[in-house]
Design a protein around this ligand. Structure first.
Ligand code: ZN
Ligand code: ZN
Length: 153
């Protein structure tokens, strides 16, 4: 039996979470991992109980949809809500984090970011990660890993 790697396991999970996104502009997922255990997941979506972009349309200001809480923030806030430490954890994301999420990820004590796709990688975000000693590693989702999922059927 072929076994999926840790990276692909967490990255596939992150893409699965992204499928719950409610913003039509971008489908993003995040998974926070500690000691090879998933401690939280998030996707970009509206504040709990508020209208979804998919129903009410995106709320666009300066070419950004402001309706959503970003995937990384949702994952970090899930930890805050339930009192789960994020210090020293790692995060898997479908897209390179935006500037705001970069700051939150650093402040949460997350030490490594694995991202599948480059996405407007902001030079200041890159600088902040470097200053904070947070390593960013490009881990594309592997088609072979997905093929293993189909094999289960
Ligand atoms: Zn939206
Ligand atoms: Zn963000």
């Amino acid at each position: 039996m072929e076994r999926i790697s840790w990276h692909q396991y967490f990255m596939a999970q992150t893409h699965l979470i992204a499928l719950r996104s409610t913003c039509e502009r971008l489908t993003v997922g995040a998974t926070i991992v500690r000691d090879k255990r998933i401690i939280a997941g998030g996707y970009n979506g509206s504040v709990s109980g508020s209208a979804h972009c998919t129903d009410a349309g995106c709320y666009v200001i300066d070419n950004h949809c402001v309706r959503t809480v970003h995937a990384e923030m949702n994952a970090v806030l899930q930890c805050a809500k339930f009192g789960v430490p994020t210090d020293g954890a790692e995060i898997y994301v479908t897209h390179f984090p935006c500037l705001q999420c970069t700051k939150s990820v650093i402040q949460a004590g997350i030490k490594k970011v694995y991202y599948a796709k480059d996405y407007k990688n902001h030079p200041y975000a890159i600088e902040l990660f470097r200053e904070a000693g947070v390593e960013t590693v490009h881990v594309p989702l592997d088609e072979d890993a997905l093929a293993l999922v189909h094999k289960l059927e």
